[in-house]
Design a protein around this ligand. Structure first.
Ligand code: C2E
Ligand code: CA
Ligand code: CA
Length: 567
């Protein structure tokens, strides 16, 4: 008996311990002497002893066998007062007027394992936060509680901006570090009753119980985003990261878990479109807009794979000579079902879904191809390409552009990259690095939509920019008031003191052009000269602009009948 791995106890009718083997001594912490003659109730907390004695009497009345593994939670109290999870098998002999035999097995290891497995099934291993499944349980619980109490609560869904770039650029270990830090920062802002979970990847979710007003949730969202936007100190370098956050309210927006999650997700996408580090509350029209966007996204993916995209080119014309000096490539998409979709509609969708990277790569490659074709035809033209913010943050952008240039045999100095002021300002240091690498390739840089961002002069001077494009919103009202005209003039003067060339966008009338000439603006772009045209029409426009007799601005394309070219 002393060799048996399980504890063995012999108990008489009165509940007295007759014998305890060695394993039983280890399990209980008592010696054999301490146990023999004692009541078995010694293994129970005092408040359970009486009930157990009755139970035991009943047992001897009609003894039955009880095997191990009946799955009941059984505990014994050890000598030191601690309790130990055990499993107990019971048998019975008629010796000495009836003796019960108990086999007692220590199952603390099994329980520990079960607890570990439960933890792993309900928690995220990296951050230790609860996982999607467990959060689902909490959400159901919150719904049940709030339905009873009439309280509302908020569901927040949070997604890091461009986390992929961290993983790609710095490795997965760095990515993990960032996620850990994100979890830590989120926890530090939240209160004890709030639930925080990692849904997977770079997606987190928060449940804020007992929210009286939407403003309370918005306040929490602001705090969370603020905490996340502080720079991240990684081994030797600093990283800027934002997050986008969507909010859905119970019961105002929806009353079931799945719909709440979906609405928070829609709000989050909406926030992503407004730029980095934004939050948005769910609003009913988002549902409709979301469906449209999903459709656009799907169709756009098809176009990228099977055709339907094209670049059209809008001339940039020298104000003084009327000569065309370059073109801007503008993306055109014709879908068999949706017809022509303007870039203002599909570019934001592509940005929100990440498709913009593939789309941008296609644009760069196609533009490089066109540069090579025109150069081969004896018409070396500078082609400007629009770059979206995400492309600018892409770690292999420079490499990719270099490859496209080489593969297509395009002259780097004929490629110009247009970045908007706000894109360049989002992460100034990173933007500067990328733009300097591009400049080193021989590629030119233009600052697009100038005047709409908030760049500081000192910063602009540090960027390797060769051209500034005055946004068409400034050019349009130029003839209306002198204040509007003065603003354009000021931008021209400013650019020139920085040694930059200036292109005015959206020039539609000869009067606007005259005024721009007075201000000393270098070049213009606009419907006055030509809309964006298919590549086959560019040669005609170029020849017309360079005709020796000089075609007056605004009449060149009309004389050639090109202004009626479908765009
Ligand atoms: P943007 O870069 O400011 O492009 C100039 C826009 O002004 C073009 O609109 C052009 O057609 C329009 N425009 C040109 N002349 C005039 C004019 O005289 N009057 C008026 N009212 N408008 C004029 P579009 O082609 O619809 O493009 C809109 C925006 O879509 C672009 O603004 C750009 O931000 C984006 N986009 C277009 N192509 C691409 C692309 O390949 N990649 C990326 N990332 N964005 C693109
Ligand atoms: Ca542009
Ligand atoms: Ca522009």
């Amino acid at each position: 008996m002393n060799a048996a791995p399980d504890g063995i106890l012999l108990v008489d009718r009165a509940g007295g311990i007759v014998m305890a083997n060695a394993a039983m001594q280890t399990i209980s912490g008592y010696s054999a002497d301490e146990l023999c003659g004692q009541s078995v109730s010694i293994f129970l907390p005092p408040d359970l002893r009486e009930a157990h004695a009755r139970h035991l009497a009943g047992y001897f009345h009609g003894p039955s066998r009880r095997p191990m593994g009946m799955g009941r939670d059984l505990w014994i109290m050890r000598k030191d007062g601690s309790s130990l999870p055990v499993d107990i098998a019971l048998g019975h002999t008629d010796e000495r007027g009836g003796t019960a035999v108990a086999f007692v097995r220590d199952i603390s290891e099994v329980r520990r394992l079960e607890a570990r497995m439960h933890y792993q099934a309900t928690h995220d291993t990296l951050t230790g936060l609860i996982n999607r499944w467990q959060f689902g349980q909490r959400l159901e619980q919150a719904i049940a509680e709030s339905a009873r109490s009439g309280q509302s609560f908020a569901l927040l869904l949070l997604d890091l901006d461009d986390f992929k770039a961290v993983n790609d650029g710095y490795g997965h270990a760095a990515g993990d570090q960032v996620l850990l830090e994100v979890a830590r920062r989120l926890k530090s802002v939240l209160r004890a009753g709030d639930a925080l979970a990692r849904l997977g990847g770079d997606e987190f979710t928060v449940l804020l119980p007992q929210i009286a007003h939407a403003q309370d949730a918005e306040q929490a969202a602001t705090k969370l985003l603020d905490a996340l936007c502080r720079p991240y100190q990684m081994h030797g370098f600093e990283l800027d990261l934002g997050a986008s956050l969507g909010i859905a309210l119970y019961p105002g927006d929806a009353q079931d878990a799945a719909t709440l999650m979906r609405y928070a997700d829609m709000a989050m996408y909406h926030a992503k479109e407004s730029g980095r580090a934004h939050f948005a509350c769910y609003a009913p029209p988002m549902g409709i807009r979301m469906a449209e966007k999903l459709q656009l996204h799907e169709r756009l993916k098809m176009a990228l794979a099977y055709g339907g995209l094209a670049l059209h080119y809008q001339p940039q014309v020298d104000v003084a000579t009327g000569h065309m000096q370059g073109v801007e490539a503008l993306l055109r998409w014709t879908d068999p079902q949706l017809g022509e979709v303007p870039p203002d509609r599909f570019v934001p969708v592509a940005e929100a879904t990440g498709l913009i990277l593939a789309l941008g790569a296609w644009v760069i490659d196609t533009a490089c191809h066109q540069i090579a074709l025109w150069t081969d035809a004896g018409m070396p033209l500078r082609v400007a390409v629009n770059l979206s913010a995400q492309q600018l943050r892409q770690t292999d952008l420079v490499e990719h552009i270099e490859r496209s240039l080489a593969l297509r045999g395009a002259r780097p100095d004929l490629l110009e990259i247009e970045v908007t002021e706000s894109e360049a300002m989002a992460d100034p240091e990173q933007a500067r690095r990328v733009l300097c690498s591009l400049q080193a390739l021989g590629v030119c840089i233009a600052l697009d939509d100038f005047g709409t961002g908030h760049s500081s002069l000192a910063y602009l001077k540090q960027l390797p920019i060769s051209r500034i494009k005055i946004d068409r919103e400034f050019v349009r009202p130029m003839l209306r008031t002198s204040a509007d005209a003065t603003l354009v003039q000021a931008i021209v003067v400013l650019a020139q003191t920085l040694g930059l060339r200036v292109v005015a966008e959206g020039v539609e009338s000869a009067d606007q052009l005259r005024l721009l000439a007075d201000f000393g603006c270098n070049a213009y772009q606009g419907w006055l000269f030509s809309r964006a045209v298919a590549p086959g029409h560019v040669a005609q426009l170029l020849q017309a602009s360079q005709a020796p007799q000089g075609v007056p601005a605004g009449q060149g394309p009309a004389l050639l009948g090109v202004s009626t070219v479908p765009v």
